[in-house]
Design a protein around this ligand. Structure first.
Ligand code: SF4
Ligand code: SF4
Length: 424
């Protein structure tokens, strides 16, 4: 591994604490990913990125900053990457998925806040995540109450832009989100020092659409009964896509998709015939949160699809880049992003329709609906999800968890029982 200590020091990171984090990660990567058999060769790229997750990409970002580019740290799939890319900015995801950061978040937030928020705040305040240190500006959004209030803490010493996400999906809400995107573009122009043009925005829409199409190709391969890739590997690919350069991301995903399509043709599967196929839905799984997938896939089942923001919501629906005015393109962006069926919307029938549609497309035998502890939005929505799936005759298991390992045994017992039920 290259020596990144000087870079971390220059970023003002807490090196001692960061060392402790660095010690845990390789074991987790080894246990979750490297123990799998018959993995696609193209996964070597993501193995390398995750093995040096705090080194390779942060070093690239710093090099780009030296050339005058600005890094925008984001926390939600509602933030339109296209605007940032069109202004020659760089997008990086900032959500925290490790228990390591939770105590730091709990020092300033109520304990009954969801672990994703606590970990994100802990990563920033504890100075143990280079991405949080590198970002020139954070972009928050008004999706859930916990995030809204946490942004007030996170924004104390970093410039923070908050985007006001509508909570309903009427035509006036889509227009409101379009105006919000236009306001965001103005702020992003000030930060980058660049001016948005129709051409640049169309180009950026194309770049992000290509990334979406490439990710979709990987996911589409999972629809085959000859399952060419595990859920764990696909999740890793998706998680890293939030941090990577979009053009390289598309290139690597297309390379992986080529291999997966070849595998299907040759009948190469990562699981035995008849292995039960699970669709996972619920709260996002930020890196390095691999707990649920790891338990499912070591309990005799395979994850074939994720209806979540670290899943289909990130790449489904392309932006129509045909308009010839900025206003027209902002509207096209709004229409695409407002198709995201986050539980922050009320009512939210679109998510249930998506789960049922995806369960059929991916030939899932059952659905696991898992939310992070203290996430009221997704937890409350479980009732409607579960009732709708039962009506469709799709078995469903509702779970709640956090980033700790303490409930792993209990989760495994429930998941094994669910898989056994599917098998019988
Ligand atoms: S679950 Fe909702 S709030 Fe969270 S990343 Fe997705 S859209 Fe944003
Ligand atoms: S998991 Fe739920 S509570 Fe946590 S940030 Fe996402 S929407 Fe908010």
């Amino acid at each position: 591994m290259a020596d990144y200590v000087k870079m971390w020091k220059d970023l003002g990171m807490d090196l001692e604490s960061h060392d402790n984090l660095c010690q845990v990660l390789p074991t987790a990567v080894g246990d979750v990913f490297l123990t799998q058999e018959n993995r696609p060769k193209a996964m070597e790229f993501w193995d390398l990125v995750i093995s040096e997750v705090h080194g390779i990409r942060p070093a690239e970002l710093i090099e780009e900053q030296k050339k005058g580019r600005k890094v925008f740290g984001t926390f939600c799939v509602f933030v339109p990457d296209e605007i940032i890319v069109a202004l020659n900015g760089i997008v990086t995801g900032l959500c925290g998925g490790s228990q390591f950061w939770v105590p730091g978040g709990e020092a300033v937030l109520p304990k009954n806040t969801c672990p994703l928020i606590k970990a994100s705040v802990g990563a920033r305040l504890g100075r143990t995540c280079p991405f949080f240190r590198i970002a020139d500006v954070y972009v928050g959004e008004t999706t859930c109450d916990g995030k809204k209030k946490a942004y007030e803490i996170l924004g104390e010493d970093v410039p923070m832009i908050i985007m006001d996400v509508p909570q309903m999906k009427r035509q006036k809400d889509i227009e409101k989100w379009k105006d919000e995107i236009a306001d965001f573009a103005k702020k992003a122009e000030e930060i980058t020092g660049n001016t948005l043009s129709v051409e640049k925005l169309k180009e950026a829409i194309n770049i992000i659409n290509e990334k979406r199409k490439a990710m979709k190709r990987v996911y589409d391969a999972r629809k085959s009964l000859t399952l060419p890739i595990s859920g764990r590997d696909t999740l890793l690919m998706t998680q890293i896509s939030f941090f990577d350069d979009p053009v390289r991301c598309a290139e690597m995903c297309n390379k992986l998709a080529d291999e997966l399509e070849e595998r299907i043709k040759n009948g190469v599967s990562v699981v035995k015939e008849g292995t039960k196929r699970i669709l996972v839905t619920g709260t996002p799984l930020a890196v390095p949160n691999w707990k649920l997938h790891n338990i499912i896939e070591t309990s005799g089942a395979a994850v074939v699809c994720e209806e979540m923001c670290t899943g289909t919501r990130y790449f489904e629906n392309l932006v129509d880049g045909s308009a010839d005015t900025l206003d027209g393109l902002f509207m096209a962006l709004s229409e695409r992003y407002m198709k995201n069926n986050c539980a922050c919307f009320t009512p939210n029938p679109g998510r249930i329709e998506d789960i049922i549609r995806l369960a059929r497309e991916y030939k899932a035998d059952g659905v696991i609906d898992c939310s992070l502890k203290f996430c009221g939005l997704y937890d409350i929505e479980k009732k409607n999800v579960s009732e709708a799936l039962k009506k469709e005759g799709i078995p469903v298991l509702s779970l709640e968890t956090d980033y700790e390992d303490s409930d792993s045994g209990q989760l495994r017992t429930r998941i094994e029982a669910f898989v056994e039920m599917l098998n019988s």
